[in-house]
Design a protein. Sequence first.
Length: 256
Amino acid sequence: MAKESQKKVFQTGTGIFGEGTPKICVPIVENSREDIWRRAEEIERLPVDIVEWRADFYRDAFRTEEFVETLKGIKIRLSKKPLLFTFRTAREGGNRSVDPDDYYRLNQAAASEGADLVDVETFLDEERTAEETEKLHASNAGCHVLASNHDFEKTPSVEEMVRRLKRMEELGADVAKLAVMPVCPQDVLNLLQATVTANELLAVPVVTMSMGNMGVLSRICGSLTGSAMTFAAVGKASAPGQISAEHMTKILKIIV
């Protein structure tokens, strides 16, 4: 079993990812450059650890020059806060559909322009995930790949959830992330058990959450289960069940 001291942790501008208190990540979901930059300036002043740019909400995501300029502007405004780039596809709960080639091209552009982490949907094209992960690492030595999978319909079995997280590591990810939807309280407990198990088995940090109001508990107990990061909201939430960044900061100080 992989012990915490053997985790493949890595340094970010706000601390070591995979050690200590779970990192608080806040998403930017605005659709115009001006609003995106304004939100980045607001988040920069908050005591959060990572900022996620949800580019699937950005209306000019597929216009290369606008995309690059917007990303560079976010980086400038965030100072030392690391940037997680995410284009969440509609098939996994995102804001818009995308051709796989365009999806991977956007990820590559984000890494090349300085994103600190890039979210790669593991099962969008599983046979291609390892290759695309290698490309991201090659284009930016400081870029870390967060492999992800989102199930908005159900919570799989504990064994299946652990399998998916292990598969992410096998395909070269630096972080393995899983989000599932509970339909009963037992689903939440199953997600917590899968997190504990995966954290013991995997060498890379694990990030998990049970979505919706029923799953809120999973977002605040990462110190117990081993989930290395939790998502909180400033303004509009990017997923059901997100707590405000202000409340999340207070909660983690109390329970850690």
